[in-house]
Write a new protein. Sequence first.
Lengths: 332, 332
Amino acid sequence: MVEMNRQWRLARRPARDVTPDCFEWVEDPIEPLEAGQVRVRNHWLSLDPYMRGRMDEARSYAPPQALGEVMQGGTAGEVVESRHADFKAGDEVVGQLGWQAYANAPARELRRIDTRRVPMQAWLGAVGMPGVTAWYGVNDILSPQPGQTLVVSAASGAVGSVVGQLARAKGARVVGIGGGTEKCRIVVGEFGFDACVDYKAGNLAGDLDRALDGARIDRLFENVGGVCLDACLARMNTFGRIAVCGLISGYNGEPIALGNVRSILVNRLQVQGFIISDHMDRWAPALAELAELAATGRLRWRETVAEGLERAPEAFIGLLKGRNLGKQLVRI
Amino acid sequence: MVEMNRQWRLARRPARDVTPDCFEWVEDPIEPLEAGQVRVRNHWLSLDPYMRGRMDEARSYAPPQALGEVMQGGTAGEVVESRHADFKAGDEVVGQLGWQAYANAPARELRRIDTRRVPMQAWLGAVGMPGVTAWYGVNDILSPQPGQTLVVSAASGAVGSVVGQLARAKGARVVGIGGGTEKCRIVVGEFGFDACVDYKAGNLAGDLDRALDGARIDRLFENVGGVCLDACLARMNTFGRIAVCGLISGYNGEPIALGNVRSILVNRLQVQGFIISDHMDRWAPALAELAELAATGRLRWRETVAEGLERAPEAFIGLLKGRNLGKQLVRI
């Protein structure tokens, strides 16, 4: 009996907002396993903002997702069959196996994970790509010093929540920007930020001034862009640094023009765009540190879980609208 | 008989554009020379875009120019009297002695210059602050590699013209952006740039594409901001660098919003604002190299000279409107 696979493929590119008809549900028999390949049953799918960029044809840091192909995405799961000496059935692994229940993957594209101290799905979040992204931005770009003020947008998200906790451990005063009172409550109460500004409350400038408590911004970790970034630019300190990790407020083509460009010159800012896949040499030390912090309770996170692969498109659309709290996952 | 001084002082801050009534002409007797001071007869006054920022009260990298005080500015001249052992009458010096014919200055604020191989006024231009600014941006921020494409705006100006010549000597293909056909002709014909785009011709995007000849921009030295910077942002190459040296298109409060912010993320750009006065340790090597290049004809420049201190305000207003070609000077 041939086992059936279930997949979401890219059916069409979004005109602007992502809609359910961008995706096509396919059930097909699983291909036979070739020599050197490993078959994985995916238990968790990671949904991340970068996927929105790949759905467009515009020039970006990765080639566009091909039409008719399985949606790309990070996954965590269990080896069910192996034709490679490095893996055996029962091994737990992460990989970029896409929006599907099963995948046959070359062994070199899988990484074994240890779920005894850190749960499987955290290897897609705080101890996965988002965590490493936060770690790289904090350590290798921003390098906040004790007493400095660091601001991070999308503060309750998979990346932002880790940024703030790492920066605070280095002695920075950390201010988050989040969307909604509930998110801000968790950013301060659970993630331990010093303050959090709800940009949806309608008074971003005044609320940000209050949260900064008279300080200017020494370090900014930017995930959102648009009005959030512009408000922060106006409040940067001399020799400040900005790590540009995401600009989600513009991912559907919304204008994200910046007015306060003069701050770059006047404050001699360093602005650095980055993509974590350019820095593969930093994953090993980052993951080692993040796993230790997570296992010992010093790194906290939140998850929003969509139950069932069928719900992946809806969950992804929600992520782009900020409906998730913390890491958006799909339990397959 | 007491010698009389002539000065321009700041009478009022500009509402938007600088107007002649922002300045007040004063003739006063020169103060007696105190111990440790040196009296200089200024022969040349440098006019520079940064002066516009100091006329406002807004937060900037230097304190605002005080109302009622002599306008600040770089000068070159001759010592006429000295009460300090390091200087004697006849010495030629540069300093920040302001918009005036004479000044009594502490010896530590003067630097002796050698006019045997480089004319006095060039120590305010290609072999002065603008030249060092260009040198620092090219060497310490942009570091263009052979075969890379470098773009510089305000290409015929005191800074831009040196940027292009230094970058070309390092093997980069250099494209200038200038205002007007005459400026562009000189940028290519005299300064040796590979191409120059006239942003006033009304087809910046298309003309820039043609000048780039299929390449993307690896290095951008930005003096102007606004539409010039936005057009370049859209054409940056992966891992490109931008040195933000000036944003003259916005110095009178004009909007200089940027639309193509996404390029910073997608292309993983490094954007660095800088002010040359933060890097005093680099002046000596920069000046040594620039003086040698100038003396041997390998560094060229243009000057626009206003004859007489009386004409300084008019010349400064012209500079802000781009009426000068090359370094704007006043012969006092």
